[in-house]
Write a protein that binds this ligand. Structure first.
Ligand SMILES: [Zn+2]
Length: 688
């Protein structure tokens, strides 16, 4: 509809300049009345957005109002760790919008530019702060045409506002800065080369966004939308988040290319990205429902064939995740890959940076778009909500594609997790980047926590709860902590997860199972599940455990729900087994498991077994090889009173009964059995 667009453009154009004229007259006449100025400023901001994005202005303004309400609801959850607070801007404002203009020459390890931040006050304030490393140089801070005073110490820019802002009032500042960023973490701002060609790329997670641009650096505020303009020598391309709006070229001295990227979903600062080199580009798409989602790849020229030949796997993963966990979170825009030289990947929103198009790596980074980007961990303590899920989803994709390898992979991962008997999924030192991103704990143990949750709830219920979590209004396009996951999974499944998360999220180590079992008759097994643990923080892991009984021609897998140590189960398997495999499909984190088959009695030997002894709430009687079709069981107390009497049928001389005993007094008892022919057996018992 080009005509309508054109008319709209003309109207907006006239409206914009009309408003500027009106504003100038108004300001001159009224000597800039403060509150009026604020209102005018808001209108200017809105119209500027219209010019840049056609009809984005109302969206932006309405969205920031919605977000104030939404973010206020989350205010109680924003208690960051003390050391972490030191690293982040004071939580006085909600950022609404960033406009970043960056100049980069990948041959020079520098960045210069301006960042304009729109924000709303959360309380009455006359100062605001942004995070930017002190080695960077802030040239000036301004608002409209007016320079503002500021200080830049201890990695914070503190800006004095020209007047006090009341809660919910919208304002903006522009920071002009430059410098040579000092890279932190995994390489927050890196200049290097590929095939002799310079490249600059960023990877800001966890704390490194403030190394190279002024922002709110924390896990407590997502900007609602962002426009990024990257100007670089014309030979290179500047890549960032969202949709490429335009490329413009300039020949002012040197020939430059300016690329405008636009993203209109909430995004945390560490996911804002930048990469500049001589990228080649190719485009694919994938049909998601009735939407044809673009998939855009930027890779080094020397890697073109590699990427070109391996993109389909990511499109397959997109289909799996979209239909399993809910719509691709940024479905109105695109997904993409940008090659960089760090030895892995980073899930920049809508544009993952990857070293190569490895299918597991790319599935992992794609999975982060749901778990990490749409829902971001609300504290580095809970990084497993990003990495455990992404690892798990990549495993789901790979297991789907290569089902024959699934158990081998799981077994190897469990071996790696349990190589060390200590360590929790919960991060116990967020000042240590290596601990936050511990592959063994945050990735693998986090992923296997989810395997165990799947095993406990069943895969269907697990996926239903995961979808509910994705759609939960308190965390979708915001932040989540483990308590949020617990709340949603408990509500969806009806299963309490307190002890599960206490053991597997907070607790360290793993169980070792010692399964002692006996065949009873031709079809039944008695199983005693003993357990030791590798770390004292968890004396006992409550978990369902799968046991596969088998002989040369038959097998059956049963699941016993272990609630206490030494718990005894009697299960029908339907045949005489010679072997049991513990957790045969490797769902559980455990190690050094063993099983022992115990022959209770030699064949054809009479046997009467009563256990446990001493007993509490119930006592179990096991009979083998009695020469009788039935048996009378009588239990006497110490003064000779009968407390229990019942006749049981026996099957080929075998029987197995559980007798409730919770109401009996503590003390000594005698149990007597009487066969059809009057043969008696007596055993003494003790009630605790
Ligand atoms: Zn990851």
């Amino acid at each position: 509809m080009p005509n309508i667009f054109f008319v709209k453009f003309i109207l907006v154009f006239i409206g914009f300049y009309g408003l500027i004229l009106f504003l100038n007259l108004y300001i001159l006449m009224n000597k800039i009345l403060p509150n009026t100025f604020r209102q005018c400023f808001l209108f200017v901001a809105s119209f500027l957005s219209v010019i840049s994005g056609f009809s984005q202005s109302n969206d932006l303004y309405c969205k920031q109002v919605d977000d104030i309400a939404r973010l206020e609801m989350r205010a109680a959850e924003r208690k960051m760790m003390a050391q972490y607070l030191k690293k982040t801007a004071a939580d006085l404002i909600d950022v609404v919008y960033y406009r970043c203009d960056w100049n980069i020459d990948p041959a020079v390890a520098q960045i210069s530019g301006t960042v304009t931040s729109y924000f709303t006050a959360k309380s009455t304030i006359n100062q605001i702060t942004f995070d930017l490393k002190s080695n960077m140089v802030v040239d000036k801070v301004f608002q409209g045409g007016w320079e503002l005073s500021f200080t830049h110490v201890d990695d914070k820019i503190t800006i004095n506002l020209p007047e006090t802002l009341r809660p919910t009032m919208l304002d903006s500042v522009t920071i002009k800065y430059s410098g040579t960023p000092i890279s932190s973490g995994f390489g927050s701002f890196v200049k290097t080369t590929h095939e002799g060609v310079p490249v600059i790329w960023t990877l800001s997670e966890p704390y490194g966004a403030m190394d190279w641009w002024p922002c709110k650096n924390g896990l407590d505020d997502k900007v609602d939308s962002i426009d990024i303009y990257i100007t670089c020598p014309k030979a290179y391309k500047g890549i960032s988040n969202g949709i490429r709006q335009s490329e413009t070229f300039s020949t002012n001295g040197t020939e430059t290319r300016t690329t405008h990227w636009k993203h209109r979903y909430p995004m945390v600062s560490y996911l804002v990205c930048l990469a500049v080199t001589n990228y080649v580009e190719f485009n694919d798409s994938v049909k998601l429902g009735n939407k044809q989602l673009p998939m855009q790849t930027f890779c080094y020229p020397e890697s073109y064939d590699l990427f070109r030949n391996n993109t389909q796997s990511t499109l397959d993963a997109m289909l799996l995740f979209h239909y399993t966990f809910g719509d691709y979170p940024f479905i109105k825009e695109k997904y993409g890959h940008t090659q960089f030289s760090w030895g892995g990947g980073e899930e920049h929103q809508t544009n993952s940076f990857v070293i190569n198009p490895g299918e597991s790596l790319c599935a992992h980074e794609l999975a982060h778009q749901w778990f990490g980007d749409k829902i971001t961990c609300g504290s580095w303590v809970d990084i497993w909500l990003n990495e455990g899920f992404a690892t798990h989803l990549a495993s789901m994709f790979m297991e789907n594609k290569y089902p024959d390898s699934a158990t081998v992979w799981r077994k190897n991962e469990i071996n790696r997790i349990t190589d060390d008997p200590t360590g929790s999924v919960k991060v116990d030192d967020t000042t240590n980047v290596n601990r936050i991103f511990s592959y063994r704990l945050s990735y693998l143990k986090g992923s296997h926590l989810l395997y165990m949750l799947r095993f406990k709830l069943g895969t269907e219920m697990f996926l239903k709860a995961a979808r509910a979590y994705q759609n939960d209004e308190d965390v979708a396009h915001g932040f989540a902590k483990t308590a949020d996951l617990k709340r949603v999974f408990e509500k969806t499944s009806g299963v309490a997860l307190d002890s599960f998360l206490r053991q597997w999220y907070e607790g360290q180590g793993h169980p070792s199972y010692d399964v002692q079992w006996s065949q009873i008759g031709n079809t039944t097994v008695r199983i005693q599940m003993n357990q030791t643990t590798s770390h004292s923080s968890v004396p006992f892991f409550e978990m369902p455990v799968a046991l596969k009984f088998k002989n040369g021609s038959q097998e059956k897998t049963i699941v016993v729900d272990c609630k206490t140590n030494g718990q005894v189960f009697t299960e029908q398997i339907g045949f005489i087994a010679d072997t049991v495999l513990i957790d045969p499909e490797f769902w559980l984190i455990s190690r050094n498991n063993k099983s022992t088959k115990q022959d209770l009695v030699a064949p054809n030997t009479l046997n009467l077994l009563v256990f446990p002894n001493p007993f509490e709430a119930s006592v179990t009687v096991q009979i083998q090889n009695f020469n009788s079709p039935f048996v009378d069981v009588i239990i006497y107390n110490m003064v000779g009173q009968t407390v229990f009497a019942k006749q049981y049928d026996l099957y080929q001389g075998h029987g197995y009964f559980q007798i409730p005993s919770s109401t009996w007094a503590s003390g000594k008892y005698w149990l007597k059995t009487i066969n059809q022919d009057g043969t008696e057996n007596v055993i003494s018992l003790l009630k605790k």
